[in-house]
Write a protein that binds this ligand. Structure first.
Ligand SMILES: Cc1cc2nc3c(=O)[nH]c(=O)nc-3n(C[C@H](O)[C@H](O)[C@H](O)COP(=O)(O)OP(=O)(O)OC[C@H]3O[C@@H](n4cnc5c(N)ncnc54)[C@H](O)[C@@H]3O)c2cc1C
Ligand code: SF4
Ligand code: SF4
Length: 356
């Protein structure tokens, strides 16, 4: 669905309302929009009243029913985590990827396989430089390994996708947070054909880089930080010395406000969604949503890149419970703030509100 609104409304409804996720979808499509200090900024109004900037944005009108139809050709079967075919646990085989990866390394392993098999020519990933992530287009295993690991601040992935299109890459893959996957689907709806694979991450929230790292660097010398991991209500900072544990409640203040109105924990519109909720340490939880994902997993397993096993039903239920809890809280905030950006079916809304 294309809405007849442009940069003026994007500025009022999203940017000034503090809802920008910094996905990068509106940036660089005209000379007047840029990202400054992790927010979109409109330098000058162009006057166009049906802008791609407005229509690509994951915080303008999102019709979940229409998106389900667009991506999966059907209504959703599950109010908590969206449409899916199966859910597995998995991990990369061998130590090479696992040594760099956040959890089981399935994301990095699938990116490598997707390039090797010709499914895509390159994958947009988040590369960290001095802890600040930015999008890169990885074409080799070495580049994939250099970008492995979770950055809990935003990398504007859609800028990387558009750079790839400008460079003439015909088949682009992307690893993205749920809001970024939504933006990619909205771009496809308006004719963007180069995106051939969306690997979505699970995501509960992301932080503003500046504030978050300033706080962290006061506690820990940044040159000692090896890895960050949020688990069990704590941020665990792996260092050259012993790990440092920080209560999540202490860093909540750096979370982006837009994450509080986000309904999507599991990248519901991705081809395949990957996280750790529900899996034991060193493994990933994998949601296979469509045929693209089925082929990817089958091919990577046959090639010996990854191994999988069924995920216990009780762990799947745990994942759904966590996703529903976040949805319920976000629906509350959306309704409190009278935001009109989201359309979901009445049936799904009541399932979410009654679930817990
Ligand atoms: C902001 C954020 C919050 C998350 N919160 C949760 C959560 O609450 N629960 C949960 O189960 N999982 C969460 N995840 C996903 C989880 O941390 C792992 O990324 C996932 O389990 C895949 O593990 P892996 O070992 O396969 O990843 P790897 O093989 O290490 O690959 C990770 C990939 O993610 C890309 N990436 C890293 N950071 C970003 C970013 N900010 N934006 C876009 N791409 C990025 C990297 O470039 C890399 O390709 C979150 C991820 C992010 C980015
Ligand atoms: S498209 Fe992305 S970067 Fe632009 S305003 Fe919307 S959320 Fe922010
Ligand atoms: S919680 Fe939602 S809005 Fe925030 S980064 Fe994750 S997907 Fe984007």
């Amino acid at each position: 669905m294309v809405v007849k609104k442009g940069a003026k409304e994007l500025e009022r409804e999203v940017i000034k309302a503090g809802l920008c996720t910094s996905c990068g979808a509106c940036v660089d499509i005209c000379p007047y929009i840029n990202l400054v200090k992790e927010r979109a900024v409109i330098i000058e109004q162009c006057g166009i009243d049906e802008g791609k900037c407005y229509n690509f944005c994951p915080r303008t009108y999102v019709d979940i029913i229409a998106l389900d139809q667009q991506v999966f050709g059907d209504n959703r079967k599950d109010a908590a985590i969206g449409s899916y075919i199966s859910i597995l646990a998995g991990r990369a085989k061998g130590d090479e990827i696992k040594n760099f990866a956040q959890d089981g390394g399935v994301v990095s392993a699938l990116c490598a396989y997707a390039i090797d098999s010709g499914m895509v020519d390159g994958v947009v990933l988040a590369k960290s430089s001095d802890l600040i992530p930015s999008p890169i287009i990885a074409r080799t295993k070495e580049e994939i390994l250099k970008s492995a690991g979770t950055k809990y601040t935003v990398s504007p992935t859609l800028i990387g996708v558009k750079d790839g299109v400008k460079d003439g890459i015909e088949k682009i893959g992307m690893v993205a947070t749920p809001c970024q996957v939504t933006a990619a689907r909205k771009m496809q709806n308006m004719g963007e054909e180069a995106i051939k694979l969306t690997i979505g991450l699970f995501c509960m929230e992301a932080f503003f880089s500046g504030d978050f790292y300033e706080y962290l660097n006061k506690k820990i010398n940044p040159s000692l930080i090896k890895k960050l991991n949020i688990t069990g209500g704590k941020l665990i900072v792996q260092t050259d010395n012993s790990p440092v544990e920080i209560e999540l409640s202490e860093i909540k203040q750096f979370a982006r406000p837009t994450c509080g109105v986000c309904l999507d924990v599991t990248s519901e519109f991705a081809d395949i969604s990957i996280g750790s909720i529900g899996s034991e340490e060193g493994w990933n939880t994998i949601i296979i949503r469509n045929k693209i994902a089925e082929d990817l997993i089958k091919g990577a397993e046959e090639k010996g890149t990854i191994e999988t096993k069924p995920l216990l039903e009780e762990k799947i239920e745990l994942l759904k419970k966590i996703a529903l809890k976040k949805k319920k809280s976000s629906i509350g905030s959306i309704e409190d703030k009278k935001l009109g950006y989201l359309k979901l079916s009445e049936e799904d809304r009541s399932q979410i509100m009654e679930a817990l």
